[in-house]
Design a binder for this molecule. Structure first.
Ligand SMILES: [Zn+2]
Ligand SMILES: [Zn+2]
Length: 360
């Protein structure tokens, strides 16, 4: 039998391990010893209180709404995340992502799990979320900005989507070092101000420049970019979401993006109910305004980790009419609406898994 190099390599692979799982780096139990074997696995999360009929109702509805185009989002948010919580955490906690200009003058400068984006408005930068710490600002955000010719001193506004450390962690640093104005909702500020004085990371403070958002459709205008802020509580009390104009890098199309501030399931019946309603409300706002671009405060939710790779391979003709790939964030008005409604159904499913009956 003639053995080609390809089949030889394939055979070699079969008798060792799949290449992505280097056996030498796996726990001993996984290499064949039975003692404590199951302890080495990350758990499949059980929900003993689940209302099975409602879980079925919402997951089936979410699956149908997702169709083919949103299947990957459905699978991750409705099944993988709630069932494989620790695996999901492990996969996204610590990977780096390249700083990338994803729309004209709009840059991703965060890491794989936690988003931080910068918008060059022509009159300074607006930053959307700040990662988890000053250290992440120094080692990830500032080098990311430098790649595109900016420094921290260009930052004018820092929008904090909500009061979790992976979003506000670097905000204090940006205030202290560059005098940036921190923008957060009234409930977000309230939660940050209730933290212990020794909280780590230290939260931003409501100084003279800080802005408190108290009502829907509050605008932050800088240069030629207006970000419109909506109050979307549920993930936390103080969660905000945004509509912002973006321009396709290759086609020049002017588009409207929605950036949802917090779609990870909250924990109580009350907050899950509020969260489901906020997602539905923002879905209607986004559709009315013709938002077609799907962005999130977590790259694990808007699939930017994958999209960054796709846009690097994307080319269009000179007129920008024909491209070899669509812009992966520009999912379309109907699809973005369906994504938000599907996220709401996943939240309702999660409530049902926890045995909660939602009042609305
Ligand atoms: Zn959060
Ligand atoms: Zn988060």
């Amino acid at each position: 039998m003639k053995t080609t190099l390809a089949t030889a390599l394939a055979l070699a692979t079969i008798v060792t391990a799949c290449p992505e799982h280097d056996a030498a780096e796996r726990p001993a139990a996984r290499q064949g010893r039975q003692a404590n074997l199951l302890a080495d696995y990350l758990p499949y999360v059980e929900y003993p209180q689940a209302q099975t009929a409602n879980v079925t109702k919402y997951v089936v509805a979410a699956r149908k709404l997702a169709g083919d185009d949103l299947y990957a989002y459905f699978a991750r948010d409705c099944i993988y995340q709630p069932r494989y919580v620790k695996l999901d955490d492990a996969a996204f906690q610590s990977a780096l992502a390249p700083a990338t200009e994803v729309f004209k003058n709009f840059y991703f400068v965060g890491q794989a799990a936690w988003s931080s984006s910068a918008y060059d408005t022509g009159d300074g930068l607006v930053i959307y979320d700040t990662l988890a710490s000053s250290a992440e600002i120094e080692s990830i955000v500032l080098p990311g900005l430098a790649k595109f010719g900016f420094t921290g001193h260009d930052i004018k506004y820092v929008l904090v989507s909500h009061e979790h450390f992976d979003h506000y962690g670097g905000a204090r640093y940006l205030q202290q070092n560059f005098g940036a104005a921190v923008v957060a909702s009234a409930d977000c500020w309230k939660a940050l101000e209730a933290l212990s004085p020794t909280a780590n990371p230290a939260p931003p403070v409501r100084d003279a420049k800080a802005i408190t958002v108290t009502k829907d459709a509050t605008e932050v205008k800088l240069g030629n970019v207006t970000t419109t802020i909506y109050l979307t509580p549920g993930h936390t009390n103080g969660t905000m979401s945004y509509l912002l104009p973006v321009t396709d890098l290759l086609t020049g199309d002017r588009l409207l993006a929605g950036m949802y501030g917090g779609s990870g399931a909250s924990r109580t019946a009350w907050s899950l109910g509020v969260q489901a309603v906020s997602l539905e409300r923002f879905a209607n706002i986004a559709r009315k305004n013709k938002a077609s671009v799907l962005l999130s405060s977590h790259h694990s939710r808007d699939r930017s980790m994958y999209n960054i790779e796709e846009v690097a391979l994307r080319t269009c003709d000179k007129q920008g009419h024909k491209c070899n790939l669509d812009n992966p964030w520009n999912v379309g008005v109907d699809t973005y609406y369906r994504w938000l409604m599907m996220e709401s159904l996943c939240i309702r499913a999660q409530a049902a898994r926890g045995g909660f009956i939602l009042s609305q």
